[in-house]
Design a protein around this ligand. Sequence first.
Ligand code: GTP
Ligand code: MG
Length: 206
Amino acid sequence: MIIKKARFVTSISLASKYGAAAEGLPGSEICVVGRSNVGKSSFINFLARQNKLAKTSSTPGRTRLINLFSFNDGEFTLVDLPGYGYAAASKSEKYKWDTLIGGYLENSRKLVRALVLVDCRREPSVLDRQMVDYLYSYGIPFSVIATKADKLTRNQLFGSIQKIATALAVGRDNIIAVSAVSGKGRDEVLAHLEEVLRSASETENE
Ligand code: GTP
Ligand code: MG
């Protein structure tokens, strides 16, 4: 798949408003989930090849809303969700984010795949495992993306991917390592998304 165009559509602060906001958008949705600061917004920019499409920040907790991005004039929509596990957040903020993320995952009718982002240098956290369990229990298919691959050598990355695979109980072939800095993994991710969208449209037409 070639990304010709990507544009920001809208931000949503309440999951209950999600349906109305997404209504006019054609195409399937793919959402990006993961710990705060793991590189979700950077990942969207890396796919779009636009630095400022999604707002990124070195301070965790940057994305506090559900942000929708339309790719290739409606071929698919990428959904940037707030990160979980932001330590400095207050209890009420955490609650708000959890309901926002959970509300989206449970209510989106066009969601065909979740991309679970994990930092390639870290063991997945309890929250990452909870997210994977949650996706399993709601029957939402997911793929794992290991971010910031530029921070490790080839050998280190190999070892890390194995640890992530074991911790999340997925096959290592189901993990794609990417770097928003070097561009590594972009073609692989796009080929994967093409396959995901193709099989989703086949299921829909059955
Ligand atoms: P929240 O919105 O707070 O949940 O964060 P996020 O997951 O959207 O992370 P974001 O994309 O804002 O990136 C967080 C930090 O990681 C920023 O300082 C980025 O520059 C950095 N970063 C993201 N991707 C990469 C990468 O591939 N390599 C390196 N070296 N840094 C990265
Ligand atoms: Mg973000």
